[in-house]
Design a binder for this molecule. Structure first.
Ligand code: ATP
Length: 553
C-alpha cells in the first residue's frame, strides 16, 4: 500500500512538472524577445532548478514504480503457489505440472510486461494529459478543441485491435504452457529417449514445437507493432496540426512567439500520453485471459469435503457398499465393503488393475465422487477436513520423491526430532544398514530426486520419513517393491511389530513368511474384497486367493 501511494504521488508530481515546462519555455522566449537581461538571468536559474527537480522526481517515480511491480509480482507468485498447494490431490493431478510451472513463471512475467508496467504508464500519462488539457485551455481553447478532434481518430485504432489481440494473447499463453509441458517431458524422459534412440524424432518434434511457440509469439507482436505504427503516424499528424494552427495565430497577431513555443511543447505532452495510452490499452485488455488463469489457481476453494476435524483415530475405518468409477459405467470399485481396525495389520492383494491403489486413494480423500459410505470412527469421510485427516495417515508410494537435500533432511522434512527418534526410524526402516556405505552418512546429499541413491534405498528413506512422524495409520502402496526379498521382509516385519500402528500394505509379494505376519489379508477381485482372513484360513479354503497365491508363486 505505501508503495502504491508513493508511486501515484510521484507520478502526479512528475507529470505536473513535465507539463508546466511549457510555461517556463513561454516565459524564456517572451523575456528574450523583450530583451530584459535581469529577468532572463532569473529565468535561467529557475529553469536549472526546475530541470534538476524534474529529473529527481522522475528518478523517485521510476524507483517506487519498479519496487511496486516487484512487490506485486512477488505477491502474485506467492498467492499462485499457495493456491496450487491448496488443491486436493485429485484437483492437483488434474492439471499438468507444466501448467503450474508456466503459471508461476511465464504467466506472471506476461502480467508484469503486459499489465502492470502498461498500467503504470497509462496512469502517469493520463495525469499528464489532464494537466495539458487544463493548460491548453488557459492558453488557447481553439487549439485545444482542434487537438481533441484529432484524438478521436486515434482512439478508434486500439478499440479495433483490442479483441484480436486478446485472442492472440490467449493462444500464446496456452502455447507457452504446452511448450513448457513438452520440454518437461523431454528432460524427464531423458533415459527413455537415449536408450530407444529417439533423439532424432525428439529433435524434430522440438523444432516443430519451437516454431509454433515462436510463431504464436510473433502473431501477438505483429498486432502490437501495427497498433504502435498507426498510433505514431496519427500522433505526428496531431502535433503538426497544433503547430500550424499556432503559426497561423501568430500571423494573425493573436499569440506571442513564446506562446507558440509553449503550444508546440504542449502538443507534445498532449499527443505522447494519447499515444502511450492507446498503445498500452490493448496490452492491458489482451492480458485478461492470463489473469483469469492465474485467478483460477489462486481462488481455488476445496468445498467437496467438510470442515470437521478428526483429532484422533480410536476405533475403525469402514467402507460400506463403496462404488467408484473413473469412466462412466466402468466401476473400478463395485459395492466394496471392508473394516480396518485400529492397530491391526492388513495386506491388500489382488491382480494388477483390480483397484487396490484406487481403494487407498478413496480412503485418503483423493476422490469425493464415490457412492456408498466411508467412515473414520463413525465420522463420515465427506464431512471431514481432508488436510487434517492426512495428519493421521502416512502413505508411501512405489515411486518416492526425494528433495535435493541430505538423507537427514529427506527424513525429517525440516522438522525437529530427537536423535533417539531419528535412530529408531532409521533402524526400523532399514536405513541404518546402508548409511555406512554413503560418503557422508546421514548428511550425504541425495541429488536431484535422489539420483545418488538406489530405488530400494529411496523406499527405505520413505519408510523412515513416515515412521518418525508416528502417525496412527500407515499405508504402504507397494512401498517395498524396490528392495530385495530379505530387506522387504525386514522392513515389513519391523513395521508389523509397531504396536500402536494401523498398517495397510498393498503388495504383490506372495511371500508366505511375510503374509503370515498380517492380521488379515484382503483379496480383491471385480472391484470388491472377495475374501479376507489370515493366510492359512484363506489357503485352506482353496478358493480365489488360493489360486491367485499359487499362480503368483
Ligand atoms: N487416474 C485414472 N484415470 C483413469 N483410470 C484410472 C486412473 N487410475 C487408475 N485407473 C484405472 O483403474 C483401474 C484400477 O487401477 P489401480 O491403480 O487402482 O489398480 P491396482 O490394483 O492398484 O493396480 P497395480 O497392482 O497394477 O498397481 C485400472 O484399470 C486403471 O487403468
Amino acid at each position: 500500500m505505501p508503495f502504491i501511494v508513493l508511486t501515484v504521488f510521484f507520478s502526479v508530481i512528475h507529470s505536473w512538472l513535465a507539463v508546466y515546462l511549457a510555461r517556463i519555455l513561454q516565459k524564456v522566449i517572451d523575456i528574450a524577445l523583450i530583451g530584459n537581461m535581469a529577468s532572463f538571468q532569473k529565468m535561467l536559474v529557475l529553469s536549472i532548478f526546475y530541470i534538476v527537480l524534474l529529473s529527481f522526481i522522475s528518478f523517485l517515480y521510476s524507483l517506487s514504480s519498479k519496487k511496486l511491480v516487484c512487490l506485486v509480482t512477488k505477491g502474485l507468485r506467492q498467492r499462485t503457489f499457495y493456491g496450487i498447494f491448496q488443491r486436493n490431490a485429485k484437483a492437483f493431478h488434474d492439471v499438468n505440472t507444466a501448467d503450474y510451472l508456466s503459471a508461476t513463471t511465464n504467466d506472471i512475467k506476461l502480467i508484469e510486461e503486459n499489465f502492470l508496467n502498461p498500467l503504470l504508464l497509462v496512469l502517469q500519462y493520463l495525469v499528464m494529459f489532464i494537466m495539458t488539457l487544463k493548460l491548453l485551455f488557459e492558453i488557447s481553447p481553439t487549439i485545444m478543441l482542434c487537438l481533441i478532434g484529432c484524438i478521436v481518430v486515434m482512439i478508434l485504432v486500439p478499440s479495433i485491435l483490442g479483441n484480436a489481440l486478446q485472442r492472440r494473447q490467449e493462444t500464446f499463453s496456452h502455447q507457452n504452457s504446452s511448450f513448457t509441458q513438452k520440454l518437461k517431458d523431454y528432460f524427464l524422459g531423458y533415459e527413455v529417449i537415449k536408450s530407444y534412440q529417439m533423439e532424432e524424432k525428439i529433435k524434430k518434434e522440438f523444432e516443430h514445437e519451437n516454431k509454433r511457440f515462436t510463431d504464436t509469439r510473433f502473431h501477438v507482436e505483429q498486432l502490437l507493432s501495427l497498433n504502435e505504427g498507426v498510433s505514431e503516424i496519427l500522433a505526428f499528424l496531431t502535433q503538426f496540426s497544433g503547430m500550424f494552427i499556432g503559426a497561423y495565430l501568430i500571423i494573425k497577431g493573436e499569440i506571442t512567439a513564446g506562446t507558440l513555443v509553449a503550444l508546440i511543447q504542449l502538443s507534445a505532452t498532449f499527443v505522447s500520453p494519447v499515444m502511450i495510452i492507446l498503445q498500452n490499452i490493448p496490452k492491458i485488455s489482451g492480458i485478461t485471459p492470463v489473469i483469469k488463469r492465474i485467478d483460477a489457481l489462486i481462488e481455488y476453494q476445496e468445498d467437496l469435503f467438510g470442515d470437521k476435524i478428526l483429532s484422533s483415530f480410536e476405533d475403525k475405518i469402514n467402507m460400506e457398499d463403496v462404488t467408484f468409477s473413473y469412466k462412466e459405467n466402468q466401476p473400478v470399485l463395485n459395492g466394496l465393503n471392508l473394516s480396518i481396525h485400529k492397530n491391526k495389520k492388513y495386506a491388500i492383494v489382488g491382480k494388477s488393475g483390480c483397484g487396490k491403489s484406487t481403494l487407498v486413494k478413496l480412503l485418503t480423500g483423493y476422490y469425493s465422487d464415490y457412492q456408498g459410505k466411508i467412515s473414520y470412527d463413525d465420522n463420515n469421510l465427506m464431512e471431514l477436513k481432508i488436510q487434517e485427516l492426512n495428519r493421521m495417515i502416512s502413505t508411501i508410494h512405489q515411486s518416492v520423491y526425494m528433495f535435493d537435500e541430505s538423507v537427514r533432511e529427506n527424513i525429517c522434512l525440516y522438522e525437529t526430532y530427537t536423535e533417539e527418534e531419528l535412530a529408531d526410524a532409521l533402524d526400523k526402516s532399514g536405513v541404518t544398514q546402508f548409511l555406512g556405505s554413503l560418503t557422508d552418512g546421514i548428511s550425504t546429499l541425495v541429488g536431484e530426486n535422489g539420483k545418488n541413491l538406489s530405488g530400494g534405498q529411496k523406499q527405505r528413506i520413505a519408510v523412515a520419513r513416515a515412521l518418525i512422524r508416528k502417525k496412527p495409520i500407515l499405508i504402504l502402496d507397494e512401498g517395498t517393491s524396490a528392495v530385495d526379498m530379505q530387506n522387504a521382509y525386514d522392513i515389513e516385519k519391523s513395521l508389523l511389530e509397531v504396536n500402536d500402528l494401523t498398517l495397510i500394505t498393498i503388495t504383490h509379494n506372495m511371500n508366505y513368511d511375510i503374509l503370515s505376519l498380517y492380521d488379515e489379508i484382503l483379496y480383491m477381485e471385480n472391484g470388491k474384497v472377495e475374501e479376507y482372513g489370515q493366510i492359512d484360513e484363506l489357503l485352506s479354503k482353496k478358493e480365489k486367493f488360493y489360486q491367485f497365491y499359487h499362480l503368483k508363486k
